[in-house]
Unconditional design. Structure first.
Lengths: 294, 550, 315
């Protein structure tokens, strides 16, 4: 919150009038962007830049260790300590961001595109197709998500992209259901009937009213899925089905740190906290998404 | 904590009451120093439109303000004791026992998963009155007292098995169970049909006489206040505008606002405002033709069970509407009035019967022909916030019908939208805003503008003014009247409110249970009703028998 | 609830189950990933290609797909889930051996999660201060954000290595389950608590609550007698979702704590591409899911009077 303080001290130079207006502005800012949400945006921004340009944040090599610096406790040289091969943990976490974020992004995109397409078709086209699609969705829902992911991993093999696809497939059913129910809800509304009543054709009404009004909550749901996708991908990484070592994927980091659980607590603690913070931040931001959209 | 009964002190004395709500950042005062009193056994009506603070005031008296509301100043004296600062625990001892509540919406005011008997019995249990069999017997007695048939059966039933009127009777039974000194009736009948409304109000009247209970009647309907109250308190924007004996306030209102309310209340206004369309000079040569013809319309809906007979929502209804006139279709809920007009605008295919609009046989229309037909007849919905797409701007909403029928250039579209906007009394600056920025009345103006932009012959108004406050309603009715005269429109006006119908319509059809029970010119139907049901409907109009207007 | 509805609903459940079986068969059996080759091509075993082919024939791995499919359906219906290529024992025997641990873990985990969720939901609506309420209500969103496996590791780190409260080596029969049950309960309790909190908030705004208060009912009485049942009923609808979470949680928890249940079995089956085992687990959990949803659907009208149709009672 240091930036807020500077705003305040600058305003203080001009005494009362300006001070109160700065106060007001601060008030308004705080109402629009409460501290929790501001912090969430900050976390997501930092992690995004970790993924885009990790070299800015650390000079250490994430894959090659430094001889003689094995299992060092966190200190000034190694913010989060080092692992058994002398690799800087902070550097590994920074370089690992790209795997978690792209994985989650691919997973959500897959679920969003495929699921929403199914849902919109089911909700707007005839009864038969609707029934067929929704039965298929029921089937997907009946298999516990993790088992569905694992089945797909057996089929496709291990790896970052495969893990992302495996996670994405589990969200297809959820997207399809939501998109369909939204489309059906909007189609029943008075304004859609009014649009037909004023001479709108099926496609015009679908494009002007049904899609814009039903897809907003789908988008909000996608934002919410992002956090859960990060979580699921780290789980698959932990189980060893994601990226192979020495990739510094977060779940894998925690799995590797497990071997030193009694001696090097930081190896499991730090990456886990990062995952928790990213997921919390993603969920928090997506909630505000859902509120902003009318 | 005991509240003594003293005949010299008023049951309720509210003085300088101010209440505010927290909107997430600040407290906003909505009730600004309201004062009034209720004497023992008296009925006082708290009258006002939405936003007047009448419900907030009533809620604060029984200590049930919403969580973000607070009493800023003032006192609420119950038999002389100020209860405005009492804790919930203290209030629990008098709620139900000394003050009770008859709520607004009987549909959601009973717990859906508990039996009627349990919910009536609960008030006896809370205040430690009667146990076991005695309590059950008392519950049955109460249910019988409020006029429910088969009270033993009702006690075992769940709320969803009862009609709205029956549920309101149950809620009244709860309110009178402990013979309180004051009953707060918060819009007790606004969710009910007029004939049911009359019966429920009669029941409250009868019971309060029997128990000499005072009633604080919160209502938006000046007619109800005129009929039922000894004294009237008129609220506007959180201020008391006027207070006095009902008969005096209605006969010689002192404040301008009250005068306006009385003038705008359809049931109270004398029939001077409108020149019947039939008396106007005919517009064009074909003025005398029937533009809407409905013959023996039957509409059935399949029921879920395969063996059940289909539900017959409209049963053999016929009527004709002459060009340039207003025809009203009147009925209570379940009368089939909405189903009828949905068939007329072509949203559903009738099971049998003929519908002809502007010379076109509706049954023959399909696909593109039906789409083209829509230029001739437009529908305005009851609830404008549901019938306007929240994501479109006002301009988009009004322009859309023009896009559907192409061939209008962009500048011309703009010009037409702007001209219709000022036609319905909205400033041009509103064009780029979205519906949520407008009040209910303004939204309904937008909906009317959208209906008119295609220059239709017939406009169907489905309860189009029912959700609006009376003063707003009066202005929309004026607008409709003006548009009809200028554009030679034909209106099909669907309503449950006979008073409004008398004001605006030339001819009327009265529906009941899907059948036509009465029809004819408005004056004739009102003066010489052709059926008992029409007579009952007319008698149920609140305010019409008030001595101030006799 | 007519018998017609009942039959219809059961038929629907069977259809979904059959489709789930087919999907899992396509994913796991019909595709090229080949557990037999992985296991037996290992040069140390010194098997000739001819011997491998014989083994493949004994697993019927080379017969036409549709024959395998028909055979698999028949086998599943008779409770024969095939052979675990990796372990060399019938899948059904393997499942039976591993089931008790998972059942115990899941049951205890679910019970604890329910206690957590109900506690969070009702404490937050009883809380007098806004800050306390929002603090309690933010617990579920924290719970959903914590990776289950990491939570388990943290618990081991804190309770076993730091505080030395729960021994790592040779724990007692209950100690062994203490940390896993907590680990499993946390992610399960989160969605349950969220739904409950939302329902309670929603029910509290309904007019019948105001009517109950106007009768003179105290806040607590209203909460327990009026709000509780109305808020708890809709949570039944997420029973299926919770079951899925329970399975996922069991896999992860058993892996972290080295428990030898279905979860551990699943993890090893994926590692060794033992498709027969995974398919059996997938189909059985789908069956469990379908049965749970069926029970919920049939139970709902009994618990919620609005869905009961009493002929003749309506008037």
């Amino acid at each position: 919150m240091t930036s807020f303080d500077t705003i305040h001290s600058e305003a203080g130079a001009d005494r009362h009038a300006k001070r109160s207006s700065a106060r007001d502005r601060l008030d308004r800012l705080q109402r629009r962007l409460p501290p929790g949400r501001a912090l969430s945006w900050l976390i997501l921004t930092v992690v995004f830049f970790w993924a885009v340009a990790p070299a800015i944040f650390t000079t250490y090599n994430p894959v090659e260790g430094i001889g003689g610096a094995q299992l060092k406790r966190p200190d000034a040289a190694h913010l989060l300590g080092t692992d058994a091969l002398g690799r800087d943990l902070y550097a590994r976490i920074v370089y690992g961001a790209v795997h978690s974020l792209t994985g989650a992004f691919v997973a959500v995109a897959l679920g969003l595109v495929v699921g929403t397409a199914f849902g919109v078709v089911a909700g707007s086209v005839g009864r038969r197709l609707d029934d067929a699609i929704m039965r298929l969705v029921d089937v997907l829902l009946s298999i516990p998500p993790l088992l569905l992911s694992l089945s797909i991993i057996i089929l496709l093999g291990f790896g970052t992209v495969n893990a992302a696809i495996a996670v994405g497939v589990t969200s297809v059913a959820g997207f399809a259901r939501l998109a369909r129910s939204e489309v059906v809800r909007v189609r029943r509304s008075d304004y859609v009937e009014a649009a037909f009543g004023s001479g709108g054709t099926f496609w015009a009404v679908l494009w002007r009213h049904v899609l814009p009004n039903s897809l907003t909550s789908v988008i909000a749901f996608a934002a919410l899925q992002f956090g859960s996708a990060v979580l699921q991908i780290s789980t698959l990484g932990f189980l060893g089905y994601g990226a192979p070592p020495p990739t510094p994927e977060w779940g894998l980091l925690i799995a590797e740190g497990r071997n030193y659980i009694s001696t090097a607590w930081w190896l499991t603690t730090a990456p886990g906290i990062v995952v928790v913070l990213v997921v919390l931040a993603a969920n928090r931001v997506s909630q505000s998404f859902a509120k902003v959209i009318p | 904590m005991t509240v003594l009964t003293d005949p010299r002190v008023p049951v309720l004395e509210v003085s300088d009451l101010a209440i505010s709500y927290h909107d997430g950042a600040h407290y906003h005062e909505v009730v600004h120093g309201v004062s009034f009193r209720v004497e023992p056994g008296e009925v006082v009506a708290l009258v006002g439109e939405s936003g007047s603070g009448k419900t907030t005031t009533a809620q604060s008296i029984i200590g049930l303000l919403a969580a973000n509301g607070r009493v800023d100043r003032g006192t609420i004296r119950l038999n002389g004791t100020d209860i405005s600062r009492w804790s919930d625990k203290q209030l629990d001892t008098i709620r139900g026992a000394r003050i009770s509540l008859v709520p607004q919406d009987p549909g959601s005011s009973l717990n859906p998963v508990k039996t009627i008997g349990a919910q009536v019995g609960e008030i006896l249990a809370i205040h430690g009155k009667l146990r076991g069999k005695d309590r059950e017997r008392q519950v049955v007695t109460l249910l019988e007292r409020v006029g429910l048939s088969e009270p033993e059966l009702r006690a075992r039933q769940f709320p969803h098995e009862l009609s709205g009127g029956m549920r309101q009777r149950v809620l009244i039974a709860i309110a009178i169970a402990l013979k309180p000194q004051l009953i707060i009736a918060d819009e007790p009948t606004s969710a009910l049909d007029v004939t049911v409304q009359k019966r429920i109000l009669d029941l409250i009247d009868e019971l309060r006489r029997e128990f000499s209970t005072a009633v604080l009647l919160v209502t938006h309907d000046l007619g109800i206040a005129a009929d039922r109250a000894d004294r009237v308190v008129v609220l506007q924007g959180g201020h008391v505008q006027e207070e006095g004996r009902a008969i005096d306030v209605l006969a010689s209102p002192r404040s301008a606002y009250t005068r306006q309310l009385i003038a705008n209340a359809p049931s109270l206004a004398r029939l001077v405002t409108r020149m019947p369309a039939t008396a106007r000079p005919p517009v064009g040569a074909a003025a005398a033709e029937d533009i809407v013809v409905v013959e023996q319309l039957v509409q059935e809906f399949p029921r879920p069970g395969l063996r059940e007979a289909p539900l017959r929502a409209v049963d053999n209804v016929s009527f004709r509407v002459r060009r340039g006139t207003t025809h009203a279709i009147v009925g209570e809920s379940g009368s089939g009035k909405t189903t009828t007009i949905r068939a007329v605008v072509g949203f559903q295919k009738p099971t049998s019967g003929r519908i002809r609009v502007d010379g076109r046989e509706l049954a023959a229309l399909n696909g593109e022909a039906l789409r083209q037909f829509r230029r001739r007849i437009q529908l305005v919905y009851q609830n404008p916030s549901a019938s306007l797409d929240p994501r479109q701007t006002i301009f988009d909403i009004i322009e859309e019908p023009l896009l559907n029928f192409g061939a209008v250039t962009r500048p011309e579209r703009r010009e037409r939208v702007m001209s219709i906007l000022s036609r319905v009394g909205l400033p041009e600056a509103t064009a780029l805003r979205r519906p949520h920025a407008f009040s209910g009345g303004q939204r309904q103006r937008v909906a009317i503008a959208r209906a008119l932009i295609l220059e239709p012959q017939v406009v169907v108004l489905d309860e189009a003014v029912s959700a609006l406050d009376v003063t707003v309603q009066a202005r929309i009715l004026d607008l409709l009247d003006e548009l009809q005269q200028d554009l030679a429109l034909t209106y099909l006006f669907v309503s449950h409110d006979l008073a409004v119908v008398r004001q605006i319509a030339d001819t009327v059809s009265v529906l009941r249970g899907g059948r036509l029970v009465d029809e004819g010119p408005v004056a004739q139907v009102f003066e010489r009703p052709g059926s008992d049901y029409t007579r009952e409907l007319i008698n149920a109009i609140p305010g019409r028998t008030h001595p101030a207007f006799a | 609830m007519t018998s017609r509805y009942l039959l219809n609903r059961i038929g629907q459940a069977l259809l979904v189950l059959w489709a789930a079986f087919t999907v899992s068969f396509i994913l796991l059996q019909a595709m090229p990933g080949d557990a037999i080759r992985i296991k037996f091509q290992n040069p140390e075993l010194g098997l000739t290609p001819q011997q491998i082919a014989d083994i493949r024939a004994s697993y019927a791995a080379d017969s036409p797909l549709w024959l395998q499919y028909i055979g698999a359906i028949g086998n599943f219906l008779t409770g024969n889930f095939g052979y675990s290529v990796h372990a060399g024992v019938p899948v059904s025997a393997s499942l039976a051996a591993h089931l008790p641990v998972t059942l115990k873990l899941a049951t205890l985990g679910f019970l604890l999660a329910s206690i957590f969720a109900v506690a969070i939901a009702f404490l937050s609506s009883l809380a007098r201060f806004a800050w306390l309420r929002s603090a309690i209500q933010s617990i579920p969103s924290l719970f959903v954000s914590v990776p289950t496996f990491w939570l388990g590791i943290m618990l081991i780190q804190i309770f076993s290595f730091r505080l030395k409260l729960v021994p790592v080596i040779n724990p007692g029969p209950w100690q062994e389950f203490l940390l896993p049950v907590i680990t499993l309960a946390v992610p399960i309790s989160a969605p349950l608590a969220q739904v409950l909190v939302r329902n309670i908030d929603d029910v509290l705004t309904r007019p019948f609550v105001a009517v109950a208060r106007a009768k003179g009912a105290a806040r607590n009485r209203v909460l327990w007698r009026h709000v509780a049942k109305n808020a708890l009923l809709p949570t039944l609808t997420i029973a299926g979702v919770l079951f899925g979470e329970l399975i996922a949680g069991a896999v992860v928890t058993e892996t972290v704590f080295g428990l030898n249940g279905i979860g551990g079995l699943t993890e090893r089956a994926v590692g060794t591409q033992d498709a027969a085992v995974l398919q059996a687990i997938v189909v059985l959990s789908a069956a469990a899911f379908v049965i749970i949803s069926l029970i919920v659907d049939l139970l709902y009208p009994i618990l919620d009077p609005r869905l009961r149709t009493n002929p003749g009672a309506a008037a």
